[in-house]
Design a protein around this ligand. Structure first.
Ligand code: CS2
Length: 464
């Protein structure tokens, strides 16, 4: 007998009015912001219109089940299942007409973004590169009124123009990508984009749009066919699009919401004045270890985070990197609140949850962008303190080794990476380092340090 498809008749979660627009409808948005919104005490007032980024099919699947999906919280002891209903519209990101309509509605108060680190189009100087081909193409489309923008930033800027034209008032843009000072990065990227198209719009954004910085956390591996079958067997309905996540979640936010926001604190979100220590803790300890495991682990023949962590060589590298990171997380007012030893212990347990098959290949994507947030600041801080930064350098070296050793290696700056890999010795290391951070590449001592760390995992496959 065919089981019914998940829908709002089966699961009567009322549809809240749209007050949040999300760009980048993927698994992480659903396990994180959509879940927090559903848990807020005033959830009935806050519906999300979520637009896809790279996967338009995600909208079709969700729209077919009224925006509902099952969140599978996967502990090492078992699964629990929650139906999430805060997404009330799931829309193809190319549907600019619907995007501009919802953004021009005065009820819309918040825009959340999970568009990936690489989508902010930052060059190695940390600024929007308006000459990047996809940005330039969007600017040409906007300038000539021919065709709709295709990048998330271009779409957001066009939608903000619609809001200005409608006189719909201020709102908050909440960046939920893993970047340091992500609110500031989003503001600069949006302002850079808008300014290159319409300076009046850039000025309007400057006074009407608040860019909120956040540190987001919830490990959310890709859903597999087995997961889909598991939900069907456990829940008695069909869900073509469940999301798997660890039970842990965290959201730290800092900034203004001029048109209001859901009471996310009811679900445990933390609102702080100074977000930097929280961001650094997350980006360096969690994401830094992830990238290190992604590169070192794949070189050692592992596929998942839990497998890599069980390899003493990888584990040792993670602990050494954490020691370096921790040395640079102390000394702030928030240090005591950060509870670094407990955080490190919790991370080991989270990474070790073998029921979460978190693929190293997925984490390894977009390395040059990610290393700028995860390895470079620790390396710089260590060297500024007169120490070597060898463990942070090892993460960068492992990325370099993967870039030449792993078939199908991908990077947003893939052409530069390939060109660098056609060189040899210190020249290769310097050119690869320049892809990540030109200032580091200009430092002979750092080039030598990183070169000395290359090959530490390659050629030493884990036994078994
Ligand atoms: C991971 C993150 O893929 C990656 O780069 O490090 O997606 C990580 O799982 C999340 O930030 C956890 O909150």
């Amino acid at each position: 007998m065919d089981l019914p498809l998940l829908n709002r008749a089966l699961h009567p979660i009322p549809k809240a009015p749209v007050r949040i627009v999300h760009l980048g409808l993927g698994a992480f948005h659903r396990s994180h912001q959509a879940w927090y919104t559903q848990q807020a005490g005033d959830a009935a007032n806050w519906g999300i219109a979520a637009f896809t980024g790279r996967r338009p099919d995600a909208a079709t699947a969700l729209a077919g089940q009224d925006g509902l999906f099952t969140l599978v919280e996967r502990a090492d002891t078992g699964d629990s299942f929650t139906v999430v209903g805060s997404i009330v519209e799931a829309v193809d990101g190319a549907d600019i007409q619907r995007l501009t309509e919802v953004m021009a509605a005065p009820a819309t108060a918040v825009v959340t973004l999970t568009i990936t680190e690489a989508a902010y189009g930052l060059g190695s100087d940390g600024k929007l590169d308006i000459s990047a081909p996809e940005v330039a193409a969007d600017l040409a489309r906007l300038g000539s009124d021919q065709g709709n923008p295709a990048t998330p930033l271009g779409r957001l800027v066009l939608a903000l123009a619609a809001r200005r034209d409608a006189g719909a008032g201020p709102l908050a843009v909440v960046c939920c990508d893993n970047l340091s000072s992500n609110g500031t990065v989003a503001r600069e990227a949006v302002a850079g984009f808008a300014g290159a198209w319409d300076t009046g719009l850039a000025a309007w954004i400057g006074t009407n749009v608040s860019f909120v910085s956040t540190s987001v956390d919830r490990i959310t591996p890709r859903t597999t066919g087995e997961d889909v079958a598991g939900v069907q067997a456990a829940c008695g309905y069909r869900d073509s699009s469940p999301v798997i996540a660890e039970p842990f979640s965290s959201w730290v936010l800092s900034g203004d919401f001029p048109a209001g926001r859901p009471r996310w604190e009811d679900a445990g979100a933390l609102f702080v004045e100074d977000i930097e220590p929280y961001e650094n803790r997350k980006l360096w300890l969690l994401n830094g270890a992830h990238s290190l495991l992604a590169y070192a682990g794949q070189l050692r023949g592992h596929s998942t985070v839990a497998e890599a962590l069980a390899d003493p060589l990888c584990m040792q590298a993670v602990e050494a990197f954490w020691d370096e990171a921790e040395a640079n997380l102390s000394g702030t007012e928030a240090t005591a609140d950060l509870q670094i030893p407990a955080y490190r212990a919790a991370l080991l347990a989270r990474f070790g949850n073998a029921r979460i098959a978190h693929n190293l290949a997925q984490i390894a994507l977009d390395g040059s962008t990610k290393l700028r947030m995860r390895a470079v600041p620790v390396l710089q801080a260590e060297r500024a303190a007169g120490r070597s930064g060898a463990a942070a350098a090892l993460m960068i070296a492992a990325w370099m080794d993967c870039s030449s050793a792993l078939p199908g290696f991908q990077d947003p700056l893939g052409d530069e990476v390939a060109a660098a890999n056609s060189l040899a010795g210190a020249g290769r290391v310097r050119a690869l380092l320049a892809v990540v951070d030109p200032a580091l590449a200009a430092d002979d001592a750092v080039v030598e340090l990183v070169q000395g760390q290359c090959g530490r995992f390659a050629g030493h496959p884990a036994s078994g």
